[in-house]
Design a protein around this ligand. Sequence first.
Ligand code: SAM
Ligand code: FES
Length: 362
Amino acid sequence: MRPEEKLIQNHELTRMEYRELFDKVGDKETTERLAEEAVRLRKRYYGTKVYTRGLIEFTNYCKNNCYYCGIRGGNKNAIRYRLTKKEILDCCENGYELGFRTFVLQGGEDPYFTDDRMVEIIQEIKKQYPDCALTLSIGEKSYESYRRYREAGADRYLLRHETASDAHYRMLHPENMSLANRKQCLYDLKSLGYQVGAGFMVGSPGQTNADLAEDMIFLKELEPQMVGIGPFIPHHDTRFASEPAGSVEKTLFLLSVIRILLPKVLLPATTALGTMDPQGREKGLAAGANVVMPNLSPVKNRKQYELYDNKICTGEEAAECRGCLSKRVASVGYQLVNERGDAAEYIRCFRRKPDCQSVPDH
Ligand code: SAM
Ligand code: FES
């Protein structure tokens, strides 16, 4: 049986079969078959709804030095900023008025934001916006820190695993970081009841199809509620400045594969995908994605959160970003919705109908 048919039937493959499947990137028939099935599954669990998450990039200070990242601590040319608590709350206020019901606080690993400061910010956001979900994306912390944020009200956590292969992880990160710790963080977050997002860059330097097979095996084992993937894009102040960017075609192929692997997963059409192709996010939706993450950060800081070169949406106000995305999503037959958009399994659980399979329709 062809690997794509086997994936559609079993929702997983062996390492060898994944490699065989990824060798077919570029094959039109396989790509279309995977996308068709991915869209069918996404419609089954989420209808034509596309969920929004308002992204607040609240600090670009970082103590880490991931080799691919424009805001890594070692980049002396990065112009650093951090938002005050008031500025963060202003972003939420603006976002709430625009209809956002999920806020994502993302930043580098900035020692200024101690656990006490984070807890204060989380509690204040949850107090002012009890009907909103709060997602954190602030890197690797101890179990105790994650526990405190969760108790303060954080609902979700995004921590891309970056690559599930040890050798590849070493090519992308300095000695003091480890894949084992990154994975442990993800399991800690899950055990604390967070809705968890993992993920990786497509086409990061040194990535092979064997590495991607490891990513699939790891994702199936972890079963995250969200998977963020986007093409690697070089940044001029990193050692990977002259490396080629990841391909849009392969990212779309992988979005479909991940939708089939984890049918109920929340899958963003990322800004990196939109940066590589003006129609990238629309193509992402057509490949099985169902989330977009417009920027709510203050316009004055947006260019400074420069993870890679030529990042889009750094000039617009939040309202323009939302308006633009709303039109783009509608142009391919979907609707941007304001709900907090929990993963399908959580929606079911909230509605206390454990046997129900048709989540979006009631
Ligand atoms: N510090 C947090 C962390 O490490 O999870 C969150 C911020 S980090 C900048 C968010 C994500 O940006 C990373 O997980 C990585 O996959 C992505 N990223 C960083 N540099 C990138 C690049 N050059 N191209 C595409 N994505 C990149
Ligand atoms: Fe820390 Fe990129 S190296 S956010």
